[in-house]
Unconditional design. Sequence first.
Length: 224
Amino acid sequence: MKNILIAPSLLASDFGKVYESIELINKSDADWIHCDVMDGRFVPNISFGFPVLAAAKRVAKKPLDVHLMILEPENYLSDFKKAGADILTVHLEASPHLHRTVHAIRDLGMSPGVAINPHTSVDLLYEIIADIDLVCLMSVNPGFGGQKFIEHTYSKIDRLKNLIISRNSKAKIEIDGGVDFTNASKLVSSGADVLVAGNTVFAAVNPQEAIAKLKFSVANTITS
Ligand code: DX5
Ligand code: ZN
C-alpha cells in the first residue's frame, strides 16, 4: 500500500507560536512541514522568509517542504538551503529558466519540486517531469489559506499521473489548497501522493488529532 504523506501548512498556524506548532507536527502523524513563502509580487500576499524558516528548522524533526510563491526564485536558492529547506518547490509561472533552476536546487542537495497554478496545463511539465521529485498542483489560486478547493483539480491529477508514467518519472503529486476530510480520500484515489493541509489542521480544536484523522482517512484508500 502506498504511504500517503501529510504536510501541514504553517501558514494557517499562529506565527507567535512557531516552536509550539513545529513541536506539535513533530509529535503527530504528519510527514512533512509545508512552508509557504510569498513575496507580494508573484502572489498578492506576503508571508515569511529566511528567519522564520531557520527558526522552524531548529526544532523540526521532519523535512521542510518549502513552497516558493516568489518571482526570480533562482536568486535565492542557496539562501533557502541555508535556512533549512529539504524540498524546494518553485512555480513554473515564475521561472523562465526552469531547467537550470531545478538542477541548481538538486546540486545544492535539496529535492526539486515544481508548482503549477490552477489555470496552468500539466502538459507544460512534459520536458521537466523526469528531472523533478515533486509536482505541486495548486488546487486554489496561490496567496491565501482557507480557500475553496477547485474541483477541476481531479482531472489534472489524472493527466499528470499519465504524464509521470509515460515519461518514466518518479515525481510525487502534491495537492495544495482546500484539502479537507471531504476530499482527501478522492484525491488519493485519483493519484495524489502528498496532501497539504493548512486550515483543516490548524483551525481544528485539536490539530494533532486532525492530522491523525487525515492520515487515517486516506490509509485504506485504493490508489491508482
Ligand atoms: C496557498 C498555499 C497553501 C495554503 C493551504 O497559497 O500554498 O499551502 O497554506 O491552506 P489551506 O489548506 O487552508 O487551503
Ligand atoms: Zn503551499
